[in-house]
Design a protein around this ligand. Sequence first.
Ligand code: K1U
Ligand code: ZN
Length: 169
Amino acid sequence: MALLPILCFPDPRLHKVAQPVQAVDARIKALIADMFETMYHAHGIGLAATQIDVHERLIVIDTSEERDQPLVLINPEIIWASAEMKVNDEGCLSVPGIYDGVERHEAVHVRALDGEGQSRVIEADGLLAVCIQHEMDHLLGKVFVEYLSPLKRNRIKTKMLKVQREERR
Ligand code: K1U
Ligand code: ZN
């Protein structure tokens, strides 16, 4: 297994649209293991392949307190979304240290392949529903700061670029 580097906003590669996974083969299974290792190491609750510069429709999630309920979503599709919306505070491993409110569907049903290539339907609410919507945005090249005002987004961009310049010194 391996820890993978996570792209940081405003890296343009975060805006690439991911393509469907063609086969759940040994390459994808190895990638899933590396993504879980990377997500747990970073103390995240989710990670989309886009964030590690792989532009395929693959997500790993674990929203459990005990960090023992890994969930793999391959080629996910939202098949139902609640009319009720809710604003939740979100963070992102690609925008470290920034948290802000984003409005999402309170509940979603998602069809996806699991890590063995089996089709599943996941009925999610609460933090899991928020996390699934956040990660599916990554696969479309969308980062959560794009829901914020242009003023906030530009401030975050300037802050991230400053941090990245200082880290390179
Ligand atoms: O996509 C990512 O970068 C992972 C991200 C997922 C996420 C967290 C919170 C709301 C929506 C999506 C994170 O794991 S951020 C770090 C984190 O562990 C966290 C932040 C806020 C609440 C709960 C967890
Ligand atoms: Zn994110």
